[in-house]
Ligand binder design. Structure first.
Ligand code: ADP
Ligand code: ZN
Length: 683
């Protein structure tokens, strides 16, 4: 390396193994490398770590990283070391020897990144120690922890400002929390009067699929969702502690591996669940919202809400834990009238001052609006955060546009039932009146003599329940805790009641039988066996090295391997996430998995063809493939097709060369295309 040091591009591809930047990363990295003070707000999974890790390797001197969570720091350090970067973490969990090793490395100028827990800043001598080490950059992760009004306030973060002045090094601060107040507070406390260069990333998480469903046999809905994603890490959020336990049990009974997690558990037991979830790659955690902040697992493939979250912000944060590695991730949020009642009561009965309660109702309304949305959910979610955009084609509503109907008449009937009974009753009793069921309670109150009695007979009870739920969702009526949850009209109901407004409702969510969610695979059938073989190898390596699986390679890297099937070390080097160090360490072993995946004669794909003409074709293809597996001369690299690929070929009797090539892809068709076409044209 010459005096100029490594370039941004070379570090990105050689050390991190990435072939490009995510949105905003390039500009942020440039500014940090330049030595600007920087405040960057990027959504979870936006790739904040790279924005200081990369400059740390390009800039001279040591980079200090302040980060609030010990477990996360240790993972980051392990991941960096896997990439061949000299990094260490100084936390209260360190042993004496670990600290001594760090001091030695610092004295010899060998470290590029030193992670520090904020409480270390309070320890005597720390400032002097790091000042002597020649700090070139100070990076602050989770910078919102400096905000006294936020939920994660860390008093020790307040020392960072003084540290920055003492070191006279540029400061780069990162957070995913973006509201203007917090931002202003971060700037004031960390940067002082000069102010940083600010980067405000978008809120979209394009790889996360969004879906909601009204509750209809909610336990089964969750079990089905999890079953369709077997072997993938996921989180199920529940409203109560008790439910985390029962649902975890139901999932285990159904053949999944699931653990419960809630704030009532002992700290040690909670830590153990976090550790297992972090290290494992197919575990489900059923949790209350207590499970979150400490989780920094990039390969969480799905998040389900068994109960409605408390606000749109909470929803965004919770689903945001999925898919941080950028690979596809899925979400499902269940909601029902009970959830709406529960959340309203929680707000009304809480201790917050009245103006805060109004705001909380507003945040819940925003979420309900999202739940009952009629067009693109992502558009609606991002609009809440002030971002305009086109429909996404990657949410349930874009993919299955809902059936709508003019609900004005039904809603007017329901509202008049509410009004004529003095706003003293809940949806059940109101429905009795609307459909004309003279229960004892109805008769006793004389409600069977109301003009509204029986006017809603054309709609069945279940549908009325869905209409009331949508009315609550639209905030036309609210349960009143002082009247045991009786529905009262809000101001927005008046124009409808007066006949001055109309309302469109969703019809699909009024029917039962929510469509069975289709099993969603990360890769095509053809690549699935290889992906699971790659995951198996990864698990073995991770266990041997005692690190989380993703520290070896992320899902995204394995998916790319399964899809592109690199045949040489050079080709493996071109895969996202494979830097020079990992290539050296793991390239050969993963290559072996990819090239060793030879179709077995009794593969299930073959079994399906048993007794058919295509079965015989399959066998001939398999035989020829075996002959050619090392090329014409028997000296080439080992190559083979998956069983399901052979099965697909076998069902294409009399195919042309071009069809065969299309199925095989370039690499395989070079070896097998001609021979296969000959067999198929005879078949
Ligand atoms: P954040 O802290 O913003 O939530 P991370 O820094 O943990 O996000 O990054 C999330 C994931 O994305 C990590 O697995 C990381 O390796 C990966 N990643 C970051 N930048 C890139 C990039 N430019 N190309 C590919 N993967 C990236
Ligand atoms: Zn959409």
């Amino acid at each position: 390396m010459d005096g100029a040091g490594p370039t941004v591009e070379s570090v990105l591809s050689d050390i991190f193994g990435f072939d490009g930047f995510r949105p905003m990363q390039a500009d942020i990295v440039d500014a940090v490398v330049r030595g600007d003070d920087v405040l960057a707000i990027l959504p979870t999974g936006g790739g904040k770590s790279l924005c200081y890790q990369l400059p740390a390797l390009v800039r001279p001197g040591l980079t200090i990283v302040i980060s609030p969570l010990i477990a996360l720091m240790r993972d980051q350090v392990r991941a960096l070391r896997e990439n061949g970067v000299a990094a260490a973490a100084m936390t209260s969990a360190n042993t004496e020897e670990e600290n001594d090793a760090i001091f030695d490395a610092l004295a010899e100028g060998r470290l590029k990144l030193l992670y520090m827990a904020p409480e270390r800043l309070a320890a005597g001598g720390t400032e002097r120690m790091i000042a002597r080490a020649g700090v070139g950059l100070l990076a602050v992760d989770e910078a919102h922890c400096v905000s006294q009004w936020g939920h994660d306030f860390r008093p020790d973060y307040l020392r960072i400002g003084a540290l920055r002045r003492a070191l006279d090094a540029p400061l780069a601060a990162f957070t995913a929390t973006a509201d203007a107040e917090t931002r202003a507070e971060i700037i004031e406390r960390l940067f002082g009067s000069a102010g940083p260069t600010e980067f405000l990333g978008g809120f979209d998480r394009p790889n996360i699929h969004l879906a909601f469903a009204p509750k209809s046999g909610p336990r089964q809905q969750i079990l089905r969702f999890a079953a369709a994603r077997q072997g993938q890490s996921g989180i199920v959020y529940c409203g109560t502690r008790a439910k985390t336990e029962t649902l975890a049990k139901a999932l285990n009974d159904d053949g999944r591996r699931a653990l419960a997690y809630h704030g009532g558990m002992e700290a040690g037991a909670r830590r153990e669940v976090e550790r297992r979830f972090q290290a494992d790659d197919g575990l489900i955690v059923v949790a209350t919202v207590a499970f979150g902040m400490g989780i920094d697992k990039p390969d969480i493939r799905w998040v389900a809400h068994a109960d409605l979250p408390k606000s749109i912000e909470a929803y965004y944060q919770e689903i945001g834990r999925a898919g941080r590695d950028g690979a596809p991730a899925e979400t499902l949020t269940l909601y029902g009238a009970d959830d709406i009642r529960f959340r309203r009561m929680q707000i009304d009965e809480g201790l917050a001052p009245p103006e805060r309660r109004t705001a909380d109702h507003g945040r819940l309304n925003a979420l309900l609006g999202l739940a009952e949305a009629q067009v693109c959910r992502r558009q609606r979610l991002l609009a809440y955060f002030g971002e305009a955009r086109e429909p996404c084609s990657h949410c349930d509503l874009c993919q299955n546009p809902p059936e709508l109907f003019d609900g004005t008449e039904a809603v007017m009937k329901a509202l008049s039932a509410v009004a004529r009974t003095g706003e003293y009753f809940g949806a059940g009793h109101l429905t009795d009146i609307l459909v004309g069921t003279a229960t004892e309670k109805v008769a006793a109150r004389g409600h069977d003599r109301l003009p509204t009695f029986g006017v809603g007979q054309d709609i069945d009870r279940r549908q009325w329940a869905a209409i009331f739920r949508q009315m609550m969702g639209a905030d036309l009526v609210r349960p009143d805790p002082e009247r045991h949850g009786a529905l009262r009209m809000t101001e927005s109901a008046r124009p409808l009641l007066r006949g001055e407004a109309s309302i469109t409702l969703r019809k699909d969510t009024m029917e039962r039988a929510a469509r069975r969610p289709a099993a969603k695979a990360l890769v095509s059938d053809e690549d699935a066996p290889l992906l699971s073989a790659l995951k198996g190898r990864r698990r073995a390596l991770a266990e041997a090295a005692r690190v989380p699986a993703y520290v070896i390679f992320t899902d995204r890297t394995l998916i790319e391997m399964a899809e592109t099937r690199p045949g040489t070390l050079d080709e493996i080097a071109g895969i996202t996430g494979v830097g020079a160090k990992k290539l050296e360490r793991y390239g050969a072993t993963f290559l072996e998995v990819i090239n060793g995946e030879i179709a077995a004669p009794v593969h299930p794909a073959r079994r399906k063809l048993a007794g058919r003409e295509s079965g015989a074709l399959y066998d001939r293809l398999l035989a020829v493939q075996a002959e050619l597996s090392r090329g014409e001369e028997g000296t080439d690299k080992l190559m083979s097709c998956s069983a399901s690929l052979l099965a697909r070929l076998a069902s294409m009797a009399r195919a042309e060369r071009s069809d065969v090539d299309r199925l095989l892809g370039e690499r395989l068709s070079e070896r097998f295309g001609e021979a296969f076409t000959r067999i198929l044209s005879e078949g």
